[in-house]
Design a protein. Sequence first.
Length: 889
Amino acid sequence: MRDKLTSWMQGTKPVKTKPAGSGASPASRRSLLQTIVASSNESIRPEWYPRTPKSALPGVLLNIEYDGQKALAKLKLYNPSSMKVYEWLDNSEHHPYCLTDYSRSEIEKIKGVVEHKGFLKIEETSKFYLLLDKEQQLVSIVASDPLAIGGRRDSIREALGREHSWEADIRYTKCYTYDRALTPGLYYKIKEGNLLPVPQKFSVQDAAKIRGLFKTESEEFTLIEEYLPLFLSPAAYLPRISLDIEVGSPHIDRIPDPVTAEHPVTAVALSDDTETGIVFILHRSNEQDAKEPQLPERVAHQYFTEERQLLEAVFHILWRTPILLTFNGDNFDLRYLANRAKKLGIPSPDIPIRLRQGLGSNFEAHLKYGVHIDLYRFFHNRSIQIYAFRNRYREFRLEDISQALLGEGKRELPDLISRIPPDILAEYCWQDTRLTMKLTQFDNNLVLSLILLLMRVSHQGMHDLTRSAVSNWIRSLLYYAHRQRNYLIPHKEEIESLKGKAKTEAVIKGRKYLGAIVVEPQAGVHFNVTVVDFASLYPSIMKAYNISYETVRCSHPECKGNTVPETPHWICTKRKGLTSLIIGVIRDVRVEHFKPRSKDKTLSETQRSWYSVVEQALKVFLNASYGVVGAVHFPLYCAPAAESITALGRYAITETIKQAEALGVTVLYGDTDSLFLSNPGKEQLRKLIEYSERELRVELDVEKEYRYVALSSRKKNYLGVTKSGHVDIKGLTGKKRNTPLFLQRAFMQMVEILRQVQSPGDFAAAKERILRLAREHLAKLDRRDYPVEELAIRMQITKPPDSYVKTTPQHVKAARQLIRAGRDVSAGDIIAFIKTTDGVKPVEHASIQDIDISKYKDLVKSTFEQVLDALGIEWNETIGIRTLDTFFG
DNA sequence: GCGGACTGCTTACCT
DNA sequence: ACAGGTAAGCAGTCCGCG
């Protein structure tokens, strides 16, 4: 046993990995995990921690933190070849501060400021005030620590009052990042105690091409110089470790409580990025000799009889782990480990984890030495789910995400964890750890590269970036831009009082302003349909029409003639809006440079994958750029700006429809930024595209060519078959995740029939096959010939089960039955239930005899009808009656 | 006491 | 904790019905 572990630690064989390149691993290198475990003669917490050398090799800036004891900003740099993290403490005398419009003499009279124990000094300064388009004299109040500025009842911010203090609610680590112009995700080095940026090497060809997109000496040209290193420096390859734990709990269906941590940690598996791993297993003495777990060759294991020793072995590794990956480590694994360790008497300086209360009910687990990425939280980010991964996963368990992205599921545990033999548990634990690592390795380390790119663009460290939502990223990007240009960051209230509220009325009750147009679909089957759409419509509008919080309803009387259609608003003609500038540049670079190259087959796969990472990162910012402007919680919220964007969007699509009709092209359907055109000629298309670019200044592209489209009479519901035989299904019930599996499958069979239709003549036969299919499934329902799980309706419970007070939806009724039977149900869980003749039942409690056949037939009917009405088939006159015939016949 | 018309709530989708 | 617009199903309410 010991010998095996020793030889594993020495790990003589270098690991073969993929070829070098952007985001790729070096051709071969020593395993991070083996290197760490080999240092086992050291104590749990290494003597050299924290490591703040006078000089150090270049390292990627991973995180910007605050050292409370030393009252200094602290940077974590990661050198990938030594696989070690270095710290650097600020040496520039940078201190927390906020701004005020009081004069020096006025401030001296405010006791809460000058007599505050953290007060250091006041300095006169000046900032440009975008909202009023003028320079503003201000005073900067400097303090010794962040809490002196804000965060306590007696903070300086409170003594000044909100109307007289600015930039007082920006977290100090951010403030420091912006003032020092730091870009996390890029290389820095430490030389003679100073932090220096490492000049970035990147492709001169790419840089020249990108510069060429903009006029020299334009504001865009200046901005792009700032962005080139962010977009073009190759992402460092970052060796890393993943972790998963198992806890022996006697309760089935109940997750062990990470606060009380009352049950033993029975297994901990760690993996690095070279497929090397180790599993620590608890083997209680009263059991028989444990079997050897079946693990891959590069994976070692070690049995412990004492849980405390097992935890110390894990901590020995975590004290030396530069980047740790978990799946739900914030709220479970690391939280459990830290609390359990405390309970077992491990002294807290030896515990490598620091727990903090995050936003809402979330906990955050920081690594004292390195940085912890909780992949659950990153994948849970809606922008990542929708824009980076195009909604490929729709639920957030490790199982769902790895199935969707890796095509690899996990083995289900057969039994209660405390009853599973330790060797089997170890195998299961290893499997999850391995999947967690793999989630960052597929597609040339896409996820890690994406994180690095997003860190650079938003100027946020890895810890915050992977835990915050897109509005946070954009806020950070814009605050950075304000600080770089010495613009004062305005208060939300100032924007609102100067610009006012929204002036249009939304279609939906409770919404703030009018949104997009959806064209009434012409129901039926249409052959040769071309779909055109505006490339990034809203960002393009922001760029072309100069939309930004400061330019909408600006203060210059001479701009009032530059009006926005269907609104009382006008746009500045004298100054380029900051948001407009930034979003415009990002849009141009994505559309003109990175997107085409990400699809260019003449480039190597590695090159393409880098272009694609940048393209996807930029897309995330672009897609959210309009939304945040209209989001009340966003600190630069500006309803008039948001409704101007949608108003111009409506203008663009309606004018294009008019033009299409003038050109003799029939518009079959359209939604927000797209138009479905009936068999347009080449020349007509060219003219339409030219028109929108010339007259509307937005780019119109051919997006898709359908062999045919089946439009139902409902908006946002259609099925289209491309010329290559690919089927797009939008909005149809058969595709929704809450539709029972049997019906999703039946629907897919119908789609397959439709996919094969080549010409109008094929429809008669296709219709017959679809009718037969529907009848078969109805008959199968009558025979109750499906597993009951396939009849389950799976619906998410979005709130805590007891907070449904207005109505009690069916899934909540089912959830309450589960709770009565002793199961945990919390917000975000998916409840699977079936319909019975007497209400609903959770599928766990149901048998096939319980189901209400007629309710399921109604479901089949409404699902098929959405397609059948496009094909001109009436359900009642065909299937309904004939089914009765067969029933009585 | 029950069903239809209606409104409102909830979820899942589209752009 | 980015927006508004649409569909669907059900819960709950009101009203008529001798």
